[in-house]
Structures are given as structure tokens and as C-alpha cells.
Ligand binder design. Structure first.
Ligand code: UDP
Length: 384
């Protein structure tokens, strides 16, 4: 790998933009570190940032989590329960696992009005966190109907049932896929949205539905546009379980665990510092924290609020592979492969709005922590 030229001016500019970021050097490479305001309160003197500062009235509130048996939803449930919330999960177990859920679980579909009626009648729900969705980009290109049905039509049934039962607070899992090919990096929430696949389109469509329901029906919502969710829960109990692994980090871990022979690196001619694609990886516990802060926001403010949830730091495919070799001590064989259709060169969040308005700052999203938690989970799951 050729030596990177460090642009200190750019780094300084970035540091000025993001309060609470620090520049550190790791193996001679500069890296921005996002600090946790809870652990370093004195560095955030001018801001009222308190991630665990839940309003008393929110404690004990009941939250419906759709997709709470899945990868991100289950970690959010774990964090909600730890923060004192009452939680009910609705999941059809199409990809989630019942064993991930340690609160009441209703096995059913978000698109089934009968299930929803029963649920909202039996439980006094204060807010809904809506994770349940199909999430595979490649699959969405092959079967768009599947994505529009579940992510839009079924989600609409959920929203209508919420309205019918007077539940007006929603936290919606959206995605950086709504932006499509970015024209500038880091991506702010004001960046134009032109999704390049049905998955991103389905997320954007539902975002728009939420905006209209807010205007017309008074729904309040926080829309969280996740960048690349990664890692396994800090508790060690939860992580990603998929039949057909496509995401980079679990894929590399399969190679480390000798379950796959080699990693195919899709594209080495991107206009990035080492030619491989750059992504902003966010630890799943940090995503969960963002949801809890979003709930807090909805106790204070009405309207629709949209935030990028990322770290502002991107890592290339090569950097991810290097980090995994270092953390696992295993050799990763790689093979050059053509670019994957529709993959942008670089997707990095400007996460400053979530920081200033929600008090969100990633705590576990440095690459070594992401890899370490994911590897421990992988070893536990496959009894390695
Ligand atoms: N990637 C890769 N090999 C793989 C899987 C992913 O080179 O086996 C690359 C992919 O092309 C992208 C990056 O890793 O540039 C992150 O891919 P992932 O599927 O994890 O997330 P995406 O950003 O596509 O949602």
C-alpha cells in the first residue's frame, strides 16, 4: 500500500466542525476519535449533553419495537430494558430469533391489522421503534416488489394502526442508502436523496409518508439514517446472524474462521486513498444509544427530525481487512473482483446534527472495538 499523504488543513477543519472530536495517531495514521460525553463531560462544557439523561416521565414508558428479534432491534431492546423502559417486541421471525428477546414477544406481521389492533389494545404503547424491514440491497434489485410491499405497504399498515390507537411517536430505521451516489463527503442530511436501488427507495418513500402523516395527522418522528451497522453487542449476548452473509465485516470474519477461503474485494480502482471503497461503520450499541436519545427528543419536541447516525470517520475495505488480521491473528487471503453494481466509492456521515441536537456521540465505533466484539460473537456462535 502506498503511503498516505496527510492533509492536516482538512483535518483541522473537520476538528473545528465537530465538537468533542480528537485527533489521534494509530500506526502513524491520523484518525478522528469521537468521545463519549458521558465519560468526558468536561470536554463538552458548552453543551447540555447527557445521553442517559432520560426524563423521569419517560422511565417505565412502554415501547413497541418492531423487528426486535433482529440484529439491530435486539440490541436496542437490550439497551431500552437496561434504561428502565417497558418493551414489547413484534417480529415475524423471518430473520430474527426468538432467543434474542428477553421481554414479551408477539410473533406476527407489521402488515397484519388484526395483530396490530390486538397489540395496541392490550398494551398501552407510548412510542414505536420501527426496525422491521428487508435490508439486502442486492435482493432488492432482483425483487423490488418484496421491498416495496414490506418496507412501504406493511410499514404503512403499522403507521395507520398507530394512528387508530392514538400512538403518535415513531422512531424509524432509515439508511444512508437514501442518498444514492453522494456528490460530496461527508454527507449531511441536506444532501439530495436519489437512491440507486429499491431498498434505499423504499426507505425514502416511508420517510416521505412520515413527513405527510406528521403534517396531516400530527405524528412526531425521529428518522435515523444509519450508515454501516457493525459489531456485536458489548454484553456479548447479541450479534448478526444471517444465512447468506454479504456485509464486509462478517464476510472477512468467515475467512478468518476458515469458513470461507478468501475475501473478494469488490473494486480496487475507486478514487479513495488506497483504491478500495470507504464506509462509515457504526457499532450496533451506538445505534441503540441513538434510538434512546431519539425517544428522549420526542418527549420534548414535536415534528419530524432526521439524523445521520455515523461517526464521521471512514475506513476502506483494505483497512478493515488489516484490522481484522491484527485483531484475530489470522491471515486473510484476498482476491480482486470487479466493483459491485451501485456501490459508491465513499459513504461517510456528517454526524454533527445528531451530536448537537440529540447529544449522540459514538462510543464503541472505532474499528478495533467493532472487530473485537464481532469476532468474539462469531467465535461464540460457531463454537470456535
Ligand atoms: N465488500 C467487499 N467484499 C465483500 C463484501 C463487501 O469488497 O465480500 C465491500 C463492498 O463492495 C463495499 C464495502 O465492502 O464497498 C462495504 O460493503 P457492505 O456490504 O458491508 O455494506 P454496504 O456499504 O454495501 O451497505
Amino acid at each position: 500500500m502506498s503511503k498516505r499523504v496527510i492533509d492536516f488543513e482538512k483535518l483541522e477543519e473537520l476538528l473545528k466542525q465537530h465538537d468533542g472530536q480528537m485527533l489521534v495517531f494509530e500506526h502513524g495514521e491520523p484518525r478522528l476519535v469521537i468521545l463519549d460525553p458521558k465519560r468526558y463531560p468536561n470536554l463538552f462544557l458548552d453543551k447540555e449533553v447527557n445521553p442517559s439523561g432520560l426524563e423521569e416521565k419517560v422511565r417505565g414508558a412502554k415501547i413497541l419495537v418492531t423487528g426486535g428479534a433482529g440484529y439491530i432491534g435486539s440490541v436496542a431492546v437490550e439497551n431500552l430494558l437496561a434504561s428502565g423502559y417497558d418493551v414489547v417486541v413484534l417480529d415475524n421471525l423471518s430473520s430474527g430469533k426468538a432467543s434474542n428477546v428477553s421481554c414479551p414477544l408477539i410473533v406476527g406481521d407489521i402488515g397484519d391489522p388484526k395483530t396490530l389492533d390486538k397489540l395496541f389494545s392490550e398494551h398501552q404503547i407510548d412510542a414505536v421503534m420501527h426496525f422491521a424491514a428487508f435490508v439486502k440491497v442486492e435482493e432488492s434489485v432482483k425483487f423490488p416488489e418484496k421491498y416495496f410491499q414490506n418496507n412501504v405497504v406493511n410499514s404503512l399498515a403499522l403507521l395507520n394502526s398507530m394512528l387508530k390507537h392514538g400512538v403518535k411517536k415513531l422512531i424509524f430505521s432509515s439508511s444512508a442508502a437514501v442518498y444514492g451516489q453522494p456528490s460530496s463527503i461527508p454527507i449531511t442530511e441536506k444532501h439530495p436523496c436519489f437512491p440507486t436501488n429499491p431498498y434505499g427507495e423504499s426507505k425514502l418513500m416511508f420517510e416521505k409518508i412520515i413527513q405527510w402523516y406528521s403534517k396531516v395527522h400530527g405524528i412526531s418522528a425521529v428518522i435515523l439514517r444509519y450508515f454501516n451497522a457493525a459489531g456485536a453487542s458489548i454484553s456479548g449476548n447479541l450479534g448478526e446472524i444471517r444465512e447468506d452473509v454479504t456485509h464486509l465485516i462478517p464476510k472477512v470474519l468467515q475467512v478468518a474462521a476458515q469458513q470461507e477461503e478468501e475475501l473478494r474485494i469488490f473494486g480496487q480502482d475507486y478514487p479513495t486513498f488506497d483504491g478500495t471503497a470507504v464506509r462509515d461503520y457504526v457499532h450496533v450499541d451506538d445505534l441503540a444509544l441513538a434510538h434512546i436519545l431519539a425517544l428522549d427528543k420526542l418527549t420534548k419536541d414535536q415534528g419530524v427530525f432526521t439524523y445521520n447516525i455515523g461517526t464521521g470517520t471512514g475506513y476502506s475495505v483494505n483497512q478493515v481487512v488489516d484490522c481484522i488480521m491484527e485483531q484475530t491473528g489470522k491471515m486473510i487471503m484476498t482476491e480482486h473482483a470487479p466493483r459491485r453494481e451501485g456501490d459508491p466509492a465513499s459513504l461517510v456521515a456528517d454526524a454533527s446534527l445528531a451530536f448537537s441536537e440529540l447529544g449522540f456521540a459514538a462510543q464503541y465505533s472505532d474499528l478495533p472495538t467493532i472487530v473485537d466484539t464481532a469476532w468474539s460473537w462469531h467465535k461464540k456462535r460457531f463454537r470456535l
